[in-house]
Ligand binder design. Structure first.
Ligand SMILES: NC(=O)c1ccc[n+]([C@@H]2O[C@H](COP(=O)([O-])OP(=O)(O)OC[C@H]3O[C@@H](n4cnc5c(N)ncnc54)[C@H](O)[C@@H]3O)[C@@H](O)[C@H]2O)c1
Length: 270
């Protein structure tokens, strides 16, 4: 299998390292707007091929599965091109899918061109339970995210809190509302809110609370769900990555596990 990685940052690098060890993977095609990042990752991977920022179409043609691990803009610009060429795609910057038109377009193109779209659980756990439970009536899904203050970047609307966030003594609730608004305001921090929404009852009904908490060292996510199935509480305490404190180490691990599922043909869960 030939894999394309778009985005050679923390997630792309961690996935690349795992693919290098999988014998089913023949080629790892690399692409990043920052050519130095592409070359840097390539120097560690013997199966890699480097593509320049003008060679996106070539990378897509040379890959069976393209993994987006870059940015919301990359999802908008690149994912439709991948699925319209009949290639499979994995999306990590899931928050971009808050745009209903984009998500519908990707789904329509995938259906028309027999492409598969993979959205890994990423940094959040319990997605299997949310998907199963959503096959019947669901009353509510609430995601509570607690992060160390330095792992959060504030939207312009909340810049007045910048000083308070510098060295807070108490937790500060930065946001309480639906997932649609949470993803718009904190696009770099709440991909998990998007994944939970897509797996369950959608962006408008999923509730989100975001807390900057000086008492936590890790990214803590808790999901509370109630419905016809019963009740579920799931809590994750994720180590942030060393190179990008906004990203949890669990995010690339989840993507790697999906690739393993694809190449092995064995699917456990759901
Ligand atoms: N699904 C999840 O649970 C989850 C968890 C953490 C992060 N993420 C998302 O995954 C993405 C990657 O995270 P990361 O920690 O590896 O980030 P990172 O900043 O370490 O690396 C991102 C890389 O992508 C490149 N890039 C940005 N836009 C690009 C584009 N349009 N085309 C090509 N390359 C581009 C950058 O130059 C950079 O090298 C981010 O969007 C992040 O929000 C998702």
């Amino acid at each position: 299998m030939r894999i394309g990685i778009v985005g050679c940052g923390f997630i792309g690098t961690t996935i690349g390292g795992a693919l290098e060890q999988m014998e089913e993977i023949e080629v790892i095609n690399l692409f990043d707007l920052d050519f130095e990042a592409t070359v840097g990752l390539s120097s560690r991977l013997s199966k890699s091929v480097v593509f320049r920022s003008t060679e996106l179409e070539l990378l897509i043609d040379a890959s069976d599965l393209v993994i987006e691990a870059a940015s919301h803009t990359a999802v908008i610009d690149i994912v439709p091109k991948v699925v319209e060429r009949g290639k499979d795609v994995m999306i990590l910057s899931v928050g971009a899918l808050v745009d209903d038109d984009l998500w519908n377009r990707i789904r329509d193109l995938a259906r028309e061109n027999c492409s598969r779209v993979y959205i890994p659980s990423g940094a959040v756990s319990g997605i299997d339970g949310i998907i199963s439970a959503s096959m019947a009536d669901v009353d509510c899904v609430t995601l509570t995210v607690r992060k160390p203050p330095k792992g959060l970047s504030l939207p312009p609307e909340l810049h007045h809190l910048s000083e308070d966030l510098r060295d807070p003594k108490e937790p500060i609730v930065l946001f309480e509302g639906n997932a649609r608004d949470a993803v718009r305001l904190f696009p770099k921090n709440v991909n998990v809110a998007a994944t939970v929404s897509l797996a369950g009852i959608g962006f408008d009904r999923t509730k989100v609370k975001i807390i900057a908490d000086p008492n936590v060292q890790r990214n803590v996510q808790r999901i509370d769900m109630r419905g016809r199935f019963g009740e579920m509480q799931v809590q994750m305490e994720n180590h942030p990555s060393t190179s990008n404190p906004r990203t949890s180490y669990m995010a690339p691990l989840s993507a790697i596990s999906v690739i393993r599922k694809i190449v092995s043909g064995i699917s456990i869960g759901n």
